[in-house]
Write a protein that binds this ligand. Structure first.
Ligand code: AN0
Ligand code: CP
Length: 316
């Protein structure tokens, strides 16, 4: 595995899950793989889970890790080609990438969508430069359009908690005060469509996700109808894809509360975290027995370790 940016980089969902459950059962069984190997985790944006779980995964595999927060202590990076660098960015990505790569065997990159130019974000301009110029394997720790370590952990979690072979899984939009990327939602839909689960996506009009992710799937605009009989509720905010990066609604009726959970099939509640309580989900729902957000976050180590294991095996 030379890069990990989407579900399509896994050999298959089935094989990915097999490796994930294997590393979960035996986290220290492959320590030899990472001996004398170094991973650099590069953050252009904030993180709690990705930062810690990916380091933990690398350490479980015997690797050394280094973390760099680009906006705190490193030179600000220019990402555009051909510009006269007379602004506030002293270093170009084109030098920074091979320099970073010279110190490590695997690079993890977090580079959110800037939500200014849809074409640039959806062309994955930043992570693609890492893939092109690093010369070492690159792991997406959330890029502009996808968050594949999150979606892999989500899949592992659903596999652990499902009570029927084909559960009904509902992705619901919920309100948020700031404009957020579509990456988590895009990626979740992309992964769920690779399974044989029943997937329903619900959001207010105007929040349609990109056709490349939705395919033939049509959104259900009635949230209560979407929730009927659901086995899993996955809440997430995202900004508009059509009217790109805009907040079109802050309708608090979409905040997931007991009213909606009551029409489900005793559904489990999921969210990638960080979550704003009483915007995305009510206190009572996230604190209920059906909330599996902590177990879901814990599986971030599992997905990262499965991916890093596959990468280390391909370095040999
Ligand atoms: C980010 C997002 O929505 O993409 C990261 C989620 C894992 N969330 C926030 O910025 C709050
Ligand atoms: N879910 C997730 O990626 O969390 P962080 O932004 O804290 O890494």
């Amino acid at each position: 595995m030379k890069k990990y940016t989407s579900v399509h980089d896994l050999p298959s969902i089935k094989e990915g899950l097999k490796i994930a459950f294997d590393v979960k059962a035996n986290p220290f069984a492959h320590q030899h793989l990472g001996k004398n190997k170094t991973m650099i985790l590069l953050f252009l944006n904030s993180s709690l889970r990705t930062r810690l779980s990916t380091q933990k995964a690398a350490m479980n595999l015997g690797m050394n890790t280094m973390v760099l927060d680009v906006n705190q202590g490193a030179w600000k990076l220019e990402t555009e080609h051909g510009v006269i660098m007379d602004g506030d960015k002293p270093e170009h990505l084109l030098e920074a990438i091979p320099v970073i790569a010279s110190y490590c065997d695997i690079i993890g990159v977090r580079a959110f969508a800037l939500l200014e130019n849809r074409e640039e974000d959806y062309n994955e301009v930043i992570i693609n430069q890492f893939i092109k110029y690093a010369g070492v394997p690159v792991v997406s720790m959330e890029a502009a359009t996808r968050h594949p370590l999150q979606s892999f952990a989500d899949l592992v979690t659903i596999e652990e908690y499902k009570k029927t072979p084909k559960p009904k899984v509902v992705l619901t939009w919920a309100p948020h005060p700031r404009a957020l990327p579509q990456a988590v939602a895009n990626s979740f839909v992309e992964w769920m469509r690779e399974t044989d689960y029943e997937l329903v996506v619900t959001h207010p009009k105007g929040y349609e996700l990109a056709p490349e992710f939705m395919g033939n799937l049509k959104p259900e605009y009635d949230q209560m109808k979407a929730f009927e009989g659901a086995d899993f509720i996955y809440a997430k905010n995202w900004s508009a894809y059509g009217d790109y990066g805009k907040i079109l609604s802050k309708d608090m009726d979409w905040c997931v509360s007991k009213r909606q959970m009551d029409v489900t099939n005793n559904a489990k509640f999921m969210h990638c975290l960080p979550v704003r309580r009483n915007m995305i989900v009510s206190d009572d729902v996230i604190e209920s027995e059906n909330s599996i957000v902590i177990q879901q976050a814990a599986n971030r180590t599992v997905s990262a370790q499965a991916v890093l294991k596959m990468m280390l095996e391909s370095l040999k």
